[in-house]
Design a protein around this ligand. Structure first.
Ligand SMILES: Nc1ncnc2c1ncn2[C@@H]1O[C@H](COP(=O)(O)OP(=O)(O)OP(=O)(O)O)[C@@H](O)[C@H]1O
Ligand SMILES: [Mg+2]
Length: 442
């Protein structure tokens, strides 16, 4: 198939949530008229992929192209990683930080630091005991002075003597501990000096050419990274500008309908088309008024602009037609809460279709439904498929995928493990994880 038939394509698409890599490089082209079913285990990234296609989720890297226009493109994450890798290599090489000798010395230094820490703790204890003993000594001297010749004098003298000697011992211990700490600190300084020397030696011994090569590589990688970063910012800006247009072309249907319960069925369906219609009309009017200011005659064009009322009428007519198509024309004025799950989902599909999208994305549209309602929703989707609508559908309905899809993707752990027509993928699965998956769901 020729390139212009490709509606959406992704290259090396990645998505991370924090350190969790959910999509790990997805290359996928979706061509006009294709019905792509996506299957795969829970948590494999199917919904995330769909959301990235719709840019409800901002990818971390790779590209998304829609109708040949690059809508998102950034390899910022990959470029950042490769810059970091070169930086580390260079650092290891010229710092000597990771040479065997430096490492041994570092360990030694850590041991000495620990000894110093412990010695300081002990010093603190000794200091406290000196204070206590000094206080006791003072108190016992006072007692001895007040009550001379009384019984207990000898005892207090004894105590006094033992306190004094203990105090003396504590003071000696304090001096010794201080000396210990001083010599440990000296030892640490010696080790640090050795580390410094070893690092300098390693630097001296490092291959000059290798350093030059890595320095150059680092500069280039940094340039690439900054370019990607600028590209990312530009892409995001563009994405914001193009997002209405893009979303307009994509209808999205979720597992849980997401209808507004405080609006009637008709209001739910008309909401987006009217909002966008009015926005378009205002934009056009603005452009025309600008031209008028420049002296152009735009009166005819201004008169041809639809009024809000006309926009609403058009949206309503279209909504009625779509409702009829899914057999729910009598539900226009009711609130969603009065509908069954299957009916709600059919309304959600109509709501998406009301935007006249070029492609429909379905994320497990039947998995929240009671079994007896699955059929009526699948029927609507099947009809859309038969009419030629391009669609991507994440589904656990293997039978449906086999029957309706022109292509099936098996996504596992953030990558497309298999991509083939249903007959081939289900009839002759090659990937071992796919075989395992199918054995569970079939
Ligand atoms: N916004 C988010 N923040 C953090 N992690 C997320 C976010 N969205 C998805 N994830 C994680 O990404 C992984 C893939 O999620 P995703 O919803 O794409 O899987 P899935 O294939 O659709 O699974 P299921 O079949 O259960 O719907 C999961 O581990 C999920 O927890
Ligand atoms: Mg999902």
């Amino acid at each position: 198939m020729s390139e212009e038939n490709v509606l959406i394509s992704t290259r090396s698409l990645t998505k991370r949530f924090g350190s969790k890599e959910v999509l790990r490089g997805i290359d996928c082209d979706i061509k006009m008229g294709e019905k792509v079913a996506i299957i795969g285990p829970s948590g494999s990234g199917k919904s995330t992929f769909l959301r990235c296609l719709n840019l409800l989720e901002v990818p971390s890297g790779g590209t998304v192209t829609v109708n040949g226009e690059l809508l998102f493109g950034s390899d910022m994450v990959e470029k950042g990683d490769s810059l970091a890798a070169i930086k580390k290599q260079l650092h290891d090489l010229i710092s000597g930080e990771y040479s065997e000798e430096v490492r041994t010395h570092r360990e030694e230094a850590e041991g000495v630091k620990e000894d110093i820490r412990r010695a300081k703790e002990e010093l603190g204890d000794i200091k406290t005991s000196i204070k206590l003993l000094a206080l006791k000594e003072k108190r016992s001297r006072g007692t001895a002075a007040k009550k001379p010749g009384e019984s207990g004098t000898s005892e207090s003298k004894d105590t006094d003597g033992s306190i004094s000697s203990r105090l003396e011992a504590a003071r000696a211990a304090y001096t010794a501990k201080k000396a210990d700490i001083a010599s440990l600190s000296q030892k640490l300084a010696g080790i640090n000096a050795k580390i410094k020397q070893k690092k300098a030696e390693a630097r001296g011994a490092a291959d000059r050419e290798e350093i030059a090569r890595l320095t150059l590589a680092k500069r280039e990688a940094a340039q690439e990274f900054h370019k990607a970063k600028r590209g990312h910012a530009a892409a995001m800006k563009r994405t914001n500008a193009a997002i209405d247009e893009h979303r307009r072309n994509m209808g999205m249907v979720f597992q849980h309908f997401n209808l507004f319960n405080n609006l009637t069925v008709m209001e739910n369906i008309m909401l987006a088309p009217v909002a966008l219609g009015v926005k378009d009309m205002n934009k056009k009017r603005g452009e025309l008024l600008k031209r008028k200011l420049r002296g152009e005659d735009v009166s005819e064009e201004l008169a041809a602009l639809p009024s809000r009322l006309e926009i609403e009428e058009n949206a309503k007519t279209r909504a009625k037609r779509l409702l009829k198509r899914v057999g729910l024309e009598d539900k226009a004025d009711v609130y969603p809460s009065t509908l069954s799950g299957g009916q709600k989902q059919r309304i959600a599909i109509v709501r998406a279709l009301a935007m006249n999208p070029r492609i429909m994305l379905f994320d497990e549209p039947t998995s929240a439904l009671d079994p007896e309602m699955v059929g009526e929703v699948l029927e609507v989707i099947r009809e859309l498929a038969e009419e030629g609508m391009t669609m991507v559908i994440v589904t656990h309905e293997i039978g449906f995928a086999r029957e309706v899809a022109t292509r099936v993707l098996f996504i596992d752990e953030g990558v497309i493990k298999e991509d083939a027509p249903p007959k081939e993928l289900f009839g002759n699965p090659r990937d071992s994880r796919l075989k395992e998956f199918l054995s569970k769901v079939l």
